[in-house]
Structures are given as C-alpha cells and as structure tokens.
Design a protein around this ligand. Sequence first.
Ligand SMILES: Cc1ncc(COP(=O)(O)O)c(C=O)c1O
Length: 389
Amino acid sequence: MKKGYFGEFGGCFVPELLMPPLLELDKAMREFLPCTEFQQELDDLLKNYAGRATPITFCPALSKELGFELWLKREDLLHTGAHKINNTLGQALLAKKMGKKALIAETGAGQHGVATAAAAARLGLECTVYMGAEDVERQSANVRRMRLLGAKVHPIENGSRTLKDAINAALRAWISAQATTHYCFGTAAGPWPFPDLVREFQAVIGREARAQMFERTGSLPDYVVAAVGGGSNAIGMFHAFVPDESVNIVGVEAGGTGKPGCLHSAAINIGRPGVLHGEYTMLLQDDDGQILPSSSVSAGLDYPGVGPEHVHLARTGRVRYGIAYDHEALDAFQRLCMAEGILPALESSHAVAYVLRHADEFRPGSRVLVNLSGRGDKDMDIIEKELGL
Ligand SMILES: Cc1ncc(COP(=O)(O)O)c(C=O)c1O
C-alpha cells in the first residue's frame, strides 16, 4: 500500500508550510517508537498514571434480556475518563523526545482537551486547546477541568463552532509555532502520519481486550463493536481483531435526530469522498463539494469526516458500519445505567445503542464485545435536558 494511504484514502493534503513538522513527526515516530526505552516509559505512564489495564466487564442483566453475552471494554475507567489519554500520553512523550516545549490540541467533547492538558502537566509541557464555541457551552465541565490542569482554552467562533472549526484553528496555529510546539491530534484522522500515529497509541485497547476475552472465556468474541467519530477508539479496538476472520467487526456512526433532511454525522454511510483536514476521506458535503455541518447529541461524534483507515475497512468489507440515532443513544445510556450501574459517555452510548436496537443481527448465544470509550459525567447536563429530568 502507498505510504500514508489506506487503499485510496488518507494522504497528506496540507499547505506547504505544514510539511516540515509532519516530516519531522514521521522521522521521530520511526526513531523513537520502536525503542525499548520509549515503550517502557509509555507502559509505565499507562499503567501507573492512567490506570491500564482496563478490565472487561460482563453485563449479566442485559445479556439475559438480549439472548447473547454482552461484554464491555472499560476505557471509561481510565484517568480523565476516556480512551483519549492513551494517545495523549504517547504523543506528549514523543514531543518531549523531539525537544518540544508545548502542545496544542483541538477538542470536541473536551475529553481529548482534558487528556492533553493532563499529559502536558504531567510531562512539563505548556498546553493550548482550541474548541468550538458551541462545544465550550455544551461541555463546560471539561473546559473547567482543562483550565484547572493549566491549559489555555481558545473558543472558536467561526463556522459551525464545533470540532471541524477547532481543527482548522489548531492547524493554523501550528504553522507559526512548529519550532517549539507539537500538535497533539486527537483522533485517527487528519494528514499522514496522524492516522498511523494515533492508531499506534490506541491499539493497546484491542490488544488487551483480545487477551482478556481469551483469559475469561477461552475464546475470541464473535462481534466487536465501537462508536466512530474521527475513529480513534474504534480503530484502537478493531486493529488487533482485523486478522481474526471469525470476529465480526461493527463500527457505529452518529445519525443525529434521524429525521428526514436533518443533519447527522454518518460520513461513511452517507458521505462522499473529498479532502478535509489534510486527508482524502468520506465527508458530508454538498453538490459543490462544500463541507456540510454535522450534528449529533454527542459532541465527540459531531464531525463531518472520518479517519481514512475506517473508509478502507468499509470498502474492503472487513468492517460493517451502522448508524445509531440521538434518541437511541439516550435510551441506551439509561438502560446501561439502570441495568448494569454504568454511566457511559454519549459517544459510547451509540455503540451500545446499536447492539440494543439491532439485537436480532447478533447470533443467539454469541459473545459481543463493545468498547465503552468513556464515562458520561461530562454529559450530565445534556442528558438531563434531553430526557427532561
Ligand atoms: C468518550 C469518547 N468516545 C468517543 C469519541 C469519538 O472520538 P474517536 O472516534 O476518535 O474515538 C470521543 C471524542 O471526543 C469521546 O470523548
């Protein structure tokens, strides 16, 4: 496969001024990632700072109801509340090795911003986070956490005032700050080499889960399911299972309200190929190629594009990509709370929702492993408002 591409998707479509830091990053990845010393330092941070390994949890009540075994990979139990810390610790450590003094990041739900702020504080780096003004409003608890962790938060008022616009602002800021600053990109998308780099740091999820399922059940799961925003928790979970032909893999995109003609965030299912944020991928766009705004009750899935590896996995048929709607995610959130005592993030609730709503697609008696990418504390205000509590 051509370097930086997954089939025909991916690549590096950036202004010339961004090529030097991307080439520098590629060189640093090849130099440091294979080093035992780097891997030992990262393992130590993941284990003793972030709280890895995360457990897998069997859900007895929902399994009984559904007629198959429902298991959850508990990334919600990690420090800062989501899988994002796997990637930010990796990138912050790499930035230190590269001699950088500061991190910049974009954030949607605020989870990547909080995880970047924490990693920066821990490793002695400065931190600036760009966040759409609408997300600043709907994820205000995370904005407060970022500030308490020492990060500067810049609300972005342009465009749809969400993640897409935050990424544009961060890429622009990186052009002038590249000598001292690493752009800690939050998902497995964007220009090469970010899709590779982020997958590398998130693949620990699937590696662990695969070994844990063997240990607990004596076999691999029959299905693996994860929600897809940019695609980092999903690719982190899927990567170890892609070679296992017996494992069915399902990605879940956000369908928004599901009302005809309304906005959504399902780029693989409903988008068309194009270029955004430095990559050739599937995008929500109009007939003139203009990017359409996305919409989802979950800020972390509210993005008009998707990482290129997912598009390739969809095109080759290895992974099936379904859709869960806002009301289904809210329902799944409540059912997981009530039945199992677990309060999931709205993003992760989309993956659970797909399993609950499409239970007849899963073989009776089979084992279904869902990646619970984060915890729902950040979503309390939205959930109470949406459910009228
Ligand atoms: C808990 C959680 N899950 C999933 C996502 C979606 O991102 P990704 O597709 O990169 O995993 C986010 C994004 O903020 C998130 O906070």
